[in-house]
Design a protein around this ligand. Sequence first.
Ligand SMILES: [Zn+2]
Length: 109
Amino acid sequence: MAKEWAKAFYNSKRWTRCRDAYISKRIKTDGGLCEECREKPGYIVHHKITLTQTNILNPDISLNEDNLEYVCKDCHDLFEGHGLNKGIRPLCRFDADGQPISLREIDRK
Ligand SMILES: [Zn+2]
């Protein structure tokens, strides 16, 4: 599940409209390819500046197309840890709905 404080944002019309508009724009531009690897189709709209409880309220960051990137699942998984963990196993993965799944939970099964 998304972080508690981010749920209202991700469920908001403002965000879903902004995200859908951005995806349509990317599809018109290059067919909706991942903006990182440009090989796989985009899967999720990523915020380049990671959202926090503070900046999520700032539309210049949370709803700004300049801060958005349409990326495939593999590239998005690599963003976890903001590049600090490159080469190290990410702490979570994302399911088909884009919700993070904790690897610790997966390990327990
Ligand atoms: Zn990619």
